[in-house]
Design a protein around this ligand. Sequence first.
Ligand SMILES: [Fe+2]
Length: 319
Amino acid sequence: MAKIIAGIGSSHVPAIGAALDNGKTEEPYWKRVFSGFEKSKEWMAKTKPDVAIVVYNDHASAFSVEMIPTFALGCAAEFPPADEGWGPRPVPVVKGHPALAAHIAQSVILDEFDLTIVNKMEVDHGLTVPMNLLFGQPKDAWPCPVIPLAVNVVMYPPPTGHRCYMLGKALRRAVESYPEDLKVVIFGTGGLSHQISGPRAGLINSKWDKSFLDNLSKDPKKLTRIPHLEYMREAGAEGIEMVMWLIMRGALDDKVDEVYRFYTVPASNTAVGHIILENARKASGTRKVAGKSKRGSAGKSRQAAARTSIHRIASKGTR
Ligand SMILES: [Fe+2]
């Protein structure tokens, strides 16, 4: 049985990718940023996940103002790096996990979260920069398959923090109903406070960011009640990306072990935040977790009924 063992929150600042790609990691400005991820890379090398679900937002690379899905799940076998104006980043093609992704799509949609299924998609810095920060710079291949989950935080209205948190819980139910033994980690990316245009360009609110990280670790339900306007006012227009961290957090236990945190200002014109949270019961298997689920029986039976009807349709499908 697959299980989510840990969540990673990380900024996905494009300038970090440019610093990596242009050999600037040892420059004092960038060394301050990259040194904060050294322990994280060690943690990831020890954790050795079988699959990573990466929650991120597309920056007009795969989608545009013509079409922006609220939640788009990457179900393809591979996702090439996008050309964001300077050519594609020199990083390996991201390999997907189509079987688990298809299972997640079925489970989550029957759980009444209407994901968009994406079978062809390029991925931009929103996904590849956090991958670099945690996995380093592999030459030929990333160490594990990745399931991208793109969230609309660029065109109003983005999803609420509460919706994101509940989607995380649905993702966990999906992963934990997959029969193969897989260790899964989930990334929530973006933020922290930043605003890239307008009279408040350059806004950074460290006090608010740090409070967000504290609550993410200890009291995430409090964060689910933050309205969009508060993100905009306190964390800047692009600070709304932080709702994506709540998908990651929703996929974890209510109580987690915070194993690492890093925060620095600035990188480009943003605050950089990073956190690693482990499920306290990660070694105890998923039966116990499933048994403690607070999910209502009505939700379970709705999904079970929907699955049954799908199976009936499938069995009649040879006509
Ligand atoms: Fe972003």
